[in-house]
Structure formats: structure tokens, C-alpha cells
Design a protein around this ligand. Structure first.
Ligand SMILES: [Zn+2]
Length: 581
């Protein structure tokens, strides 16, 4: 058929191209009029013959619309990859302005306790503080809250530094709270002299009960001299751990129970990872933080709302010492579905032999996320997109983070063929050859790879099982075949000439003679909705990958087409970890 000098096949190709493009741009449904407009713009001479081409156009559009979006994209990749637009850049969402922020004067802090592995919650909190400081040309402190010798371990300081660096956070100053311990002692003495702190000898249970009931103990009535003497005895090692604590004179009737004479110093008979046994009296969190926020001239404290009730206490401590207060901004805590960040829970999983270590790709630790193939930029973008400045607790679905990660990876990850659970395919009539396949349909910078083939292939069992005799199927970028016979062991087909046609399944393949054995770990959430451990939290899929996977660098994240984004483990052989679809 000839329509105005255009071969029918040629015309159909033009229509198909624009129908696919329109469908892909509109979530899978092409609009006939839009397609007509595009076709006419490409071939204005068709205007007079419009009536003749309508039936063909209707036919193509309806076939395209019966395909899934995924199928449409795959077909467009072959028919006209240039039309596959890179995903539009999402307008960068900005965080709301910081109250009372003066350009060049904002100082924030990253205050990790080096007592465990850095996790996604630390990451997002660190990013918020960092992004805000940079937004106002301010400064950032990395300040280790390391005044609990029993919890703090040397290895974790570096774990946090590495984690922050990986996220692209550059801090301006760094210190350990423990460095200032003698200064903390001076402030303690000041409070005692002011009559605002006293040494209490009550057992822990009694203190707890009295605080609950809002009642004072007798030690509160000791005079300044007595308290000073007892305090020095604490420092001199005259009391055993648990026998004496220094308490703040707060408000025993306050609704905010943290203000009911909290402990501010206690005896810890355990070596500190940096200072060893040089000190035995250590400040508690609220005391050291209050002082340090002032020493570091912190202007804004961004932290999760679970700490909100502590603001009042920390402000009170500073006011007693004549110090000014920072501005607090609370946001809802970051929690992820099915994934505890609690050290205790994660350790239990490791001890039960269900995970190899803290870098398990199912873990919310930075090492785990990295191992899974999550990009630091994705965590940054996710933080900006999803931070909620409210008191409500929020539980995020991991798919939200994966969506951001996918959007960042998609334009730059090389694509390879991988067939899980392979089944043999033989295509009669297909001549052997060598094929050049782009590593990416639109990102030409990624180059091409060569694939040598004969008439023997492997395809995935899922694809094989969806075939029946007489079906027309396309091996992506290579050839069409008609299915002759399908069995559990193999598929036999007959080569058919021609290019990709709408509605035809397009499948991945590897050559039957040359491939690599590949193993992919698929991590899932650790806990199910009912709180039970997910028995399928780590699946293993085996299959064959094309020979070119040799070139995949260790730690590189690639896309196995129609399977998902996977990161190569730095090991012998071909072990990958799937990040997400
Ligand atoms: Zn007491």
C-alpha cells in the first residue's frame, strides 16, 4: 500500500513511534488526536490524505493502549530511543525557612552518641542540620556526645565520621564532649554554690518513686557546704558507683517530669575509650548538651520531637548559669516500616544468625544502605521531600526512598541482560552474528557493548512460561521468532524477519554458549506488620548474565533489565544485591 509516496510500513512506523511516545508521556494511554498532530508535523504532506490514514492510526493507537506502560517503554526503546525523554527534573523542593536565622550567623550541630552504628535516622537528622547551616552560610559542629563510658566505643566515632562524609556532609568544627569534662565539673560546682544542685544518696528505686510522686528526698535540704564536700568526695572516689549522684534543684511539682530534680552527674566505674579511668564522675546527657550547645554557640537545634520535653530542662540549666538558649525546631522522627533502628533489636537479629553483620543490606545502618545500592543523594533528597515539622510520629515506607533512588539511578546506570531461572531457547533459521547494544537507551555517554550470539539462548523461566506455540516474540535488540514448542526444559522457535511490532513481547536473553552465572540477593523488610520476623527477608535468585557483566565495577549499581537495580559485591564471582525494582 502506498499513501502519498510513503510506504505503508514506513507510515505505520511513524504512527507507532508517536503513539508510543504519547502513551509513555501520559501514563500509558495515547490520545488519538495528539498522535495525529505529531504525525502530521513530521509528514505535512499527509494532510490531504488524512481520511485514509485514520483507520491505520486508530488500529495502532488501540494496540499501543492495550500494552502495559512497561511494554510501551521497552518498545519505544527499540523503535525510537531518542524520543524516550529523560525523566523530567523534579523541581527541587526547599525546606521552610529557619526562624530567626541571620545569614552567616547560623550554627548547627551533628550530635551523635558514638555507641552504635550510624543509621538512616542519624543520616536524615545530620542532613537537615547541615542543609540548614549551608542555606544560611552558617557553620556546623560535629560533636560526639560521649559522656557515657559504658556505652561509648572508639570504633563508632569513625563510623559516624565516615557516614557523614559519605552523605556529603562537611562539618566545620569537631569535638568530643568528654574533652570538656573538667569544665563540666566547674559548672557543677557553680550550681552547688548557687544552691541549685545537691548530692543525693538515695537508692535508684527510691529516687524513681519519689520523682514519680513529685516528692523531695531529705538530701535536698543539705546546705551548700555539705553538698560541696560530698561532691568533692564523689570526685575523689570516696563513693562507689550508684551510691551518690548530683541532682539539679528543679521543680518537683512540674508536669514535665524531666524537671523533677534530675540527676546531672553520676559515678561510672568503667573506663572511657579515650580517657580510660582518669575520670569516674560523668555528666548526664541533658547537662553536657546544654553546656556544649552554649560553648559551641549553637543558634538552632533541629531534632526529633521525642526530645521536645527536654528543651525546658536544658534551657533551665543554661539560665541558671547565665547562658543564652538556642532556638529549637522539632520534626517528627524518621521510622521505616518493618525496620527497627534500635540497636538492641538489630543485635538480636545478628545474634540469632539471621544477619551476617551491621552492614546487612536489610539493615537501616549506613553500611547496610550503601551495600544495598542506595545513593547518598537519594537520602538527601528524601530528607528534604519528607521531613515533617510536626510532633506526629511518622512511619515511612521504604518504597518512597527507593523511588527517589531509582529516579537518580535510572539515567546513569548501565543496563545489562540477566535471565533469572534460565530456560534454553533455540531459534531455527537465525544466523549467528555480533550485536552492538547501547548500555542505555538515551544516555549515549554510557557507550555500547558487543554481544556475540548463535541460534542458542537462555531466557527467563517467567518469560518462557508465558509463551505458547504460534506466539510472536522479540529478543530485545536482536530478532523476532515464532514459538514452535514450549516445554519445561526448553523453548523452540522459528526466526521471523522484521523489527519490533506493537503488542509483541520483548524479552531479555543471554547467548547459549557464553554467559556468566550470577547470584542476586534480594533484601526485604525484617519485620512483618504483625511484628513477626519476616521469614523471606532475604531471597536468593540465580541465573545467567551476559558476558559483559565482567566489566561491572565492584560497588557499581547497574540495572538488570526488567529485574531491577543491583549493586555488585566486591567478591570473586558475580554476586549482586538488589536495591529495588
Ligand atoms: Zn536523696
Amino acid at each position: 500500500m502506498l499513501i502519498h509516496g510513503l510506504e505503508g510500513m514506513e507510515l505505520e512506523k511513524i504512527i507507532l513511534k508517536w503513539a508510543l511516545k504519547n502513551a509513555v508521556d501520559h501514563g500509558g494511554k495515547a490520545l488519538q488526536n495528539a498522535v495525529i498532530a505529531k504525525v502530521l508535523r513530521e509528514e505535512p504532506s499527509l494532510k490531504q490524505k488524512i481520511k485514509e490514514i485514520i483507520p491505520l492510526l486508530e488500529d495502532v493507537v488501540s494496540k499501543v493502549n492495550s500494552m502495559s506502560l512497561d511494554e510501551q517503554i521497552r518498545l519505544l526503546e527499540e523503535v525510537s530511543p531518542d524520543l524516550l525523554e529523560q525523566e523530567k527534573k523534579v523541581e527541587e523542593k526547599k525546606l521552610p525557612p529557619l526562624p530567626n536565622a541571620v545569614r552567616g550567623r547560623v550554627v548547627t550541630r551533628l550530635p551523635p552518641e558514638p555507641s552504635g552504628h550510624m543509621h538512616i535516622g542519624h543520616a536524615m537528622s545530620g542532613l537537615l542540620n547541615y542543609i540548614y547551616a549551608k542555606m544560611y552560610d552558617g557553620k556546623v559542629w560535629l560533636r560526639f556526645e560521649d559522656t557515657d563510658p559504658r556505652k561509648v566505643k572508639l570504633e563508632y566515632y569513625e563510623n559516624f565520621r565516615k557516614g557523614y562524609r559519605w552523605l556529603g556532609i562537611e562539618w566545620d568544627y569537631e569535638k568530643n564532649n568528654s574533652e570538656d569534662i573538667e569544665l563540666f565539673y566547674d559548672y557543677a560546682e557553680k550550681l552547688i554554690l548557687l544552691g541549685k544542685a545537691y548530692v543525693c544518696f538515695c537508692p535508684v528505686e527510691k529516687i524513681r518513686a519519689l520523682r514519680r510522686d513529685g516528692l523531695e528526698c531529705d538530701h535536698r535540704r543539705h546546705d551548700v557546704d555539705g553538698n560541696l564536700r560530698y561532691w568533692r568526695m564523689m570526685l575523689d572516689g570516696r563513693f562507689k558507683e550508684g551510691k551518690a549522684i548530683l541532682r539539679l534543684v528543679g521543680d518537683m511539682s512540674s508536669q514535665n517530669t524531666t524537671l523533677r530534680d534530675p540527676a546531672i552527674f553520676r559515678i561510672v566505674e568503667h573506663p572511657h575509650p579515650i580517657f580510660g579511668s582518669r575520670y569516674r564522675v560523668w555528666p548526664l546527657y541533658d547537662f553536657s548538651t546544654s553546656i556544649e550547645d552554649n560553648l559551641c554557640s549553637i543558634t538552632h537545634v533541629l531534632r526529633t520531637s521525642e526530645f521536645a520535653f527536654r528543651d525546658e530542662l536544658q534551657n533551665y540549666i543554661r539560665e541558671l548559669l547565665g547562658m543564652s538558649n538556642p532556638i529549637y525546631i522539632e520534626y517528627s522522627r524518621f521510622e521505616f516500616k518493618g525496620t527497627p533502628v534500635s540497636k538492641r533489636k538489630l543485635r538480636a537479629i545478628i545474634e540469632a544468625g539471621l544477619a551476617a553483620g551491621w552492614d546487612d543490606p536489610r539493615f537501616p545502618t549506613i553500611e547496610g544502605l550503601k551495600k544495598r545500592g542506595i545513593k547518598p543523594e537519594a537520602i538527601r533528597e528524601f530528607t528534604i521531600l519528607h521531613t515533617g515539622f510536626s510532633y506526629a510520629k511518622r512511619e515511612y515506607d521504604w518504597s518512597l526512598l527507593y523511588a527517589v533512588n531509582r529516579r537518580l539511578l535510572d539515567p546513569q546506570a548501565r543496563r545489562f541482560f540477566f535471565v533469572p531461572d534460565p530456560v534454553k531457547l533455540t531459534i531455527e533459521g537465525l544466523e549467528p552474528g555480533v550485536l552492538s547494544i547501547p548500555y542505555h537507551p538515551t544516555n549515549k555517554n554510557l557507550g555500547v557493548r558487543k554481544v556475540e550470539y548463535t541460534c542458542n539462548f537462555y531466557i527467563s523461566r517467567l518469560d518462557a512460561e508465558s509463551m505458547k506455540p504460534r506466539d510472536l516474540v522479540r529478543l530485545k535488540y536482536l530478532a523476532n521468532f515464532e514459538v514452535v514448542e514450549v516445554s519445561r526444559e526448553e523453548v523452540r522457535g522459528l526466526w521471523k524477519s522484521g523489527g519490533p511490532i506493537q503488542g509483541m513481547p520483548i524479552i531479555q536473553w543471554v547467548p547459549g554458549e557464553s554467559y556468566h552465572k550470577v547470584k542476586v540477593l534480594i533484601p526485604d523488610i525484617l519485620y512483618l506488620d504483625d511484628g513477626e520476623i519476616n521469614p523471606e527477608s532475604l531471597k536468593i535468585v540465580e541465573g545467567y548474565g551476559e558476558l559483559n557483566i565482567e566489566d561491572i565495577e565492584f560497588d557499581e549499581v547497574v540495572q538488570f533489565e526488567r529485574f531491577g537495580f543491583c549493586r555488585r559485591e566486591p567478591l570473586d564471582g558475580y554476586l549482586f544485591i538488589k536495591a529495588h525494582d
